[in-house]
Design a protein around this ligand. Sequence first.
Ligand code: WTA
Length: 645
Amino acid sequence: MSEVHTRPVPTNFAANALISAEDYERMYRQSVDNPEAFWAQQAKDFLQWDRPFAQVLEEDMYKGHAAWFADGRLNVTVNCIDRHLTTRGEQTAILWEGDDPANSQAISYRILHEKVCRLANLMKSRGVKKGDRICLYMPMIPEAAYAMLACARIGAVHSVVFGGFSPTSLKDRILDSDCRLVITADEAVRGGKRVPLKANVDKALAECPNVHTAIVVKHTGTAVDWDSKRDIWYGDLIPQMEPDCPPEAMGAEDPLFILYTSGSTGKPKGVLHTTAGYLLMATMTFKYTFDYREGEVFWCTADVGWITGHSYIVYGPLCAGATSLMFEGVPTYPDASRFWQVVDKHQVNIFYTAPTAIRALMGAGDDFVKSTKRNSLRLLGTVGEPINPEAWEWYFSVVGDERCPIVDTWWQTETGAHMITPLPGAMPLKPGSATRPFFGVQPALLDSEGQEIIGEGEGSLVIKNSWPSMIRGVYGNRQRMLDTYFSSFPGYYFTGDGARRDGEGDYWITGRIDDVLNVSGHRLGTAEIESALVLHGDTAEAAVVGYPHDIKGQGIYAFVMLKSGCQPSDTLKCELIDLCSKEIGPIAKPDFIQWAPALPKTRSGKIMRRILRKIACNELDNLGDISTLADPSAVDALIDHRENC
Ligand code: WTA
């Protein structure tokens, strides 16, 4: 720990921060000593209710059950749009920056209201009702936010599928939650390259007979195939719709959205979030973690297809009445100074991105940063994976000119909002540490026996109590939710991450301890990639592990055992890589494929991934105990093969 370079709270923050060190201590104490009183007050301060709640919390962590503000009623879009109309109707709600630097657009809260209402009316005209599931497969354009909010307006449940996922992944997600309507666009554009969204939807829908409508936004104007019974153009119909749509009064625990995410087993799970608790915590963390001030421009570079985009492009910032920048492109197009040019162009005050982007830009050299001013920046943030201290220091000194604190926010799709994060005016920063729990969150570290570690130590990261934006279910599969999150350590929510707590009580996330990979901040289950690899006729068996990768954080390392008589070849490698891309999406392409004569298994037939990880990381003299293997010589054969690869 001695090398940790702790940065005190910068003086400009200490004096003016929304939450000072004393505020944090006091509010955190209150939030855990008397959670009901604390959260009831926050829910009144941050949200506008149609019917106030009397119940605050009902929880049973043994059963994975939580209900927050259950008898209250409210509508998310009233909170994110309508209530701002009198005070900031003309203020920009969404500031859109296109992939092409020549394209940008400012959408005021008033225009946002109209766009959302018209689309909500269009969905209603196609029979959509409260509780129906709607799939969104969209580029990063304002219509993606309109579509999410239009669902919330009428109580439909959106399931946003990242535009980089393949038609097969899209189909699986549409079928799993029985979506009947899809909203998409002709094409997406990223870094000058086009992604054929509508063509992908056509492929997916060939196997989704229940989908009756596809609403298609014309974005690039390319020619697309058309099913005139099913497909309708957004642009043709929106002007004919009424510009107002009464908000549906929703119960606090009514579903708001489903978002699929990878786990250690099986297909991705549809994580379900509900209305009030999610919105409260997204908004509150937005305000306090980012020390957000009225009038500031906030930029989260995530895609709306991930939870980060849901909570910190759409719901948190809009509920707080902020100006949220939405960026269609990539950090390196037209060149590696794009982020900083956009910061200058739109005078961004708060900037939130992933360590993988920082590492990639760091590799491109300082000149791309130094050629821009960045003097509007006040605060920087990171999310999605551990940040290595070198990248942190570069972000702090080169990007932020040593002026801007960095909030390293740890959280998950399942947590809905920040869980462990510095509050910039309250905590000294330690590069690589997410520092302290947010209000109301009680993390703990458990040892392999499930005992709580007190004080300094390292173990499995769990949460002891429910928080308002906690996962409420896995869509259609209650048992899977219990098995995944609430069974490993009864009475606790299990995060899947490991962490260390230092002598000062600060948390250091060490990464996933289950079979989930974090590749460029994207979650992928090893089981999903293995299922894709074994679809090839030549594959007998496959095992996938992660290994450290300079830019991506983790790379994908696949061990593939071929059927007898099948020959390894470079062509076969390419076919296997294409298969992963086709089945899941380009993010799932293995970085490395090693042919395996056999996979190391225990006598009961379980693959020993621990050993495969060591081989992938090239830690060959530190393989640990291999005596429990059915055939220890399998390991030698793998090591020989690694060298020949
Ligand atoms: C990882 C993204 C270290 C972690 C919001 C977690 C992090 C997974 C951090 C969730 C961080 C996220 N430091 N690791 N600041 N933030 N992670 O669901 O392994 O896409 O379990 O949510 O990302 O990924 P997800």
